[in-house]
Ligand binder design. Structure first.
Ligand code: DGI
Ligand code: FE
Ligand code: FE
Length: 200
């Protein structure tokens, strides 16, 4: 068990993130732990590490993030360079490895997809994507989040769909440029749920 490592990471992040981001991060780690209890595919400590690491690059300046991308040989498309808010997810795995000593590939995947989601995610990826949205500190910010919270514990794929759909709706209202991956995530999980319901 790696709970000592979990405690150590929490301390490091407390020092490196601002207070609001730290509270969010801890919320994601514990929400992810609860989801891991329900969907029981991994050791809980591993999922907590993914939760603690998911925004580890978020408090770095953009030049620092770009440097981390270069050092980690991570390709950033023009779209990402035009939307710097999305970059922390892509460079997160490299930062988790270099700054925090986390080499677990499944954790890296969960960090990488936590903002946009992706089609056909692993359970770990889905847990982190969902936990990022439903953790307790999100209270009051997102309308009807209670419904998504409940669904996260009854139907994880449906919760992913609901979050992707809600995110797209929000981005469209803001007039933001949509990452094709966000749309692909919504479409993939919509189809999955429809096919499943058709069969039942
Ligand atoms: O890092 P967090 O604040 O916890 O949350 P996040 O990583 O899920 O989202 C970071 C930002 O990215 C947030 O302001 C919403 C935005 N975002 C998510 N999907 C897209 C997006 N922005 C654009 N332009 N396009 C997207 O598809
Ligand atoms: Fe994030
Ligand atoms: Fe987050």
């Amino acid at each position: 068990m790696k709970f000592e490592l979990v405690g150590m990471l929490e301390g490091q992040l407390n020092a490196n993130l601002d207070e609001k981001r730290f509270l969010h991060t801890r919320g994601v780690a514990y929400t992810a732990a609860a989801l891991a209890m329900r969907w029981y595919k991994y050791e809980i400590d591993r999922v907590m590490i993914a939760g603690y690491m998911h925004d580890c690059a978020k408090c770095m300046s953009l030049p620092q993030q770009l440097r981390a991308a270069e050092d980690g040989m991570i390709y950033l498309s023009d779209y990402y360079l035009q939307h710097p808010k999305l970059i922390h997810a892509l460079v997160g795995p490299a930062v988790a490895q270099e700054e925090y000593g986390i080499f677990d590939r499944e954790i890296h995947d969960a960090i990488r997809t936590h903002t946009t989601g992706a089609p056909d995610m692993s359970v770990m990826q889905k847990i982190i994507y969902v936990a990022d949205f439903i953790e307790p500190n999100r209270e009051g910010i997102i309308m009807k989040i209670e419904n998504i919270r409940e669904t996260a514990f009854t139907d994880l794929d449906k919760a992913v769909y609901m979050i992707a759909d809600r995110t797209l709706e929000y981005l469209k209202k803001q007039g933001a440029d949509i990452d094709p991956l966000t749309e692909k995530t919504r479409d993939f999980y919509k189809k999955l749920i429809e096919e499943r319901e058709g069969v039942e």
